[in-house]
Write a protein that binds this ligand. Structure first.
Ligand SMILES: NC(=O)C1=CN([C@@H]2O[C@H](COP(=O)(O)OP(=O)(O)OC[C@H]3O[C@@H](n4cnc5c(N)ncnc54)[C@H](OP(=O)(O)O)[C@@H]3O)[C@@H](O)[C@H]2O)C=CC1
Ligand SMILES: O=C1O[C@H](COP(=O)(O)O)[C@@H](O)[C@H](O)[C@H]1O
Length: 489
């Protein structure tokens, strides 16, 4: 999928460089790219934020972030190389006249300006206008926009319009870092390069599909952002729906961005709307209370730093999704995502149908159906649960459930698994838009999610409490139990 696009040196400007995303993910990923010699020698990284920092103190902040989040020793030689790329500018992004400072650091003659918007979406319009008015942009410049784009369809359209006033669509890179994860991309290979799956990927053979994205962390000091957003908008509108489109889409004609976008949009359009009529039956909202994660006590959502104790924001969502098209008729997709689950786990479980007749009653009263489990993180890999005969000569055929286990780290020992941000930052620097989202996809996803959000609001559906360290409220179990099914545990 990676085309050989000439990779010119860049001025990567990170707006919101002192924020959580920048410190926890972007700077770490950039350091890792440096380690693997994937940054052009002349590429520069310019941090922009509103605090009174200098380039030297920004370098120290970057070093501290690496110490905290790299999960590895900082190599001195790599750090020396990396830190020389860094500089800092204090700009209040709401103040148009302050943008002209960019001219002092950005060199559009020598380098491509790549503008990374790592700030809350309400600032996107200001940045676009500020960049345009100060005259620093060229036809080569790019912008990378973080999710969620807006908090509903209307605000998303406003942002996309403001961006379109300044950037041409092919300069816009809408990022969803899940699309940079190896295992999400591997869905394309699994589905469209293996005939055993290609021919069995529909309502004839599949009973239902589960998508789970659980995080053991809470909101990590991001109360202000998270409380206005909630788990439906923070995770499901983007990451989970993206995974769903990769699982459910028709085979694209080729691997071009246009072909893939087109197929994903068709899936999003076929999602059966959830409205006031069926929202209580199809969705579960939860909010974590105090509990234990890996033996350590952790506070509840309403006790987090900066919390407003009246908040009804959801930190957990479970949903039954139906896709109204030929392939998926009668096959529910169950999705759940939450903060403070017992561990970090992102996986897709494809549950195949039970066979119509059982000739192995001595082993199983009911034959367990086959399952394909795709582990997206951690421990990337694919398992197939199947039945085999236990070896023996006692005359009986005894079956046992066994696992065909393909661990990526074992199988591809020599290949490093790059993180989502590493891959996507590199693609943005290279100028390859294939793994980024189109405007239409995002707006279609908002249309579906807005209907759920409106229905919750209309019904005043409060979040159900669940203790930190559990897989959400009991109602989430009931969501599947009603259909005679259970979550994969
Ligand atoms: N954190 C994450 O894991 C992820 C975040 N995102 C998205 O990335 C974006 C940023 O998130 P996150 O890093 O968590 O947010 P943060 O609030 O931690 O970071 C935003 C940064 O922008 C700064 N800022 C705010 N207002 C201005 C201003 N007027 N001028 C200059 N700087 C300003 C903030 O400063 P101050 O602290 O003073 O307000 C802060 O340093 C959001 O859109 C989020 O949805 C997407 C995926 C993952
Ligand atoms: O976009 C977001 O993603 C992270 C989870 O990302 P992962 O790669 O660690 O799975 C989540 O913590 C954050 O709330 C959300 O904004």
């Amino acid at each position: 999928m990676t085309k050989n696009i000439t990779y010119k040196p860049c001025d990567l400007v990170i707006y919101g460089a002192l924020g959580d995303l920048s410190k926890r993910k972007l700077l770490i990923s950039l350091y890792r790219l440096e380690k693997h010699n994937l940054l052009e020698p002349d590429t520069r990284i310019i941090g922009v934020d509103r605090l009174e920092e200098t380039s030297d103190s920004f370098v120290e902040i970057a070093h501290k972030s690496l110490q905290a989040f790299l999960n590895n020793v900082i190599d001195d030689e790599i750090w020396q190389r990396f830190s020389k790329r860094l500089s800092y500018l204090k700009i209040d992004l709401t103040q148009p006249e302050q943008y002209k400072q960019l001219h002092t650091v950005v060199d559009v003659e020598k380098r491509v300006m790549v503008n990374y918007f790592a700030v809350a979406p309400f600032l996107f319009k200001n940045i676009c206008q500020g960049l345009h008015d100060c005259g620093v942009l060229t036809a080569e410049s790019r912008m990378v926009m973080e999710k969620p784009i807006g908090h509903d369809l209307k605000s998303s359209k406003e942002i996309n319009d403001a961006v379109a006033d300044v950037f041409h669509e092919d300069q816009v890179y809408r990022i969803d870092h899940y699309l940079g994860k190896e295992t999400v991309l591997n869905l394309l290979a699994l589905r469209f390069a293996n005939s055993i799956f290609t021919t069995n990927w529909n309502h004839n053979t599949i009973d239902h599909i589960q998508i789970t994205v659980g995080e053991d962390i809470g909101i990590e000091g991001r109360w202000e952002y998270f409380d206005k957003t909630g788990q439906l908008r923070d995770m499901l509108q983007n990451h989970l729906l993206q995974i769903l489109t990769f699982v459910a889409m028709e085979p694209p004609a080729d691997l071009s961005a246009e072909s893939i976008h087109m197929e994903k949009i068709k899936v999003l359009k076929a999602l059966r709307p959830i409205t006031v009529r069926n929202v209580e039956e199809k969705t579960v909202r939860g909010q974590y209370t105090a509990g234990f994660i890996k033996g350590k006590s952790v506070p509840g959502y309403l006790e987090e730093e900066g919390a407003n104790t009246e908040s009804t924001a959801e930190t957990f969502v479970a949903i039954r999704v139906d896709i109204d098209n030929w392939r998926w008729a009668g096959v529910p997709f169950y999705m759940r995502t939450g903060k403070r689950t017992p561990n970090k786990r992102t996986e897709i479980v494809v549950n195949f149908k039970q066979l119509p007749h059982n000739i192995f009653k001595d082993s199983f009263h009911e034959l367990p159906a086959n399952k394909l489990v795709i582990h997206l993180q951690p421990n990337e890999g694919v398992d197939v649960m199947m039945l085999n005969k236990v070896p023996g000569i006692d005359g009986n055929i005894k079956l046992q459930q066994t696992k065909l286990d393909l661990s990526f780290s074992e199988t591809f020992k020599k290949n490093r698994i790059f993180g989502g941000y590493e891959k996507l930052i590199l693609e943005a620097l290279r100028g390859n838009p294939t793994l980024f989202l189109s405007r239409e996809e995002i707006e279609q996803a908002w249309t579906w999610v807005d209907s759920i959000q409106d229905a919750w609001q209309h019904n005043h559906t409060p979040p159900k409490p669940y203790p930190a360290g559990s897989w959400g409220p009991v109602a989430s179990v009931a969501l599947l139990a009603r259909d005679g099914r259970a979550w994969e545990e």
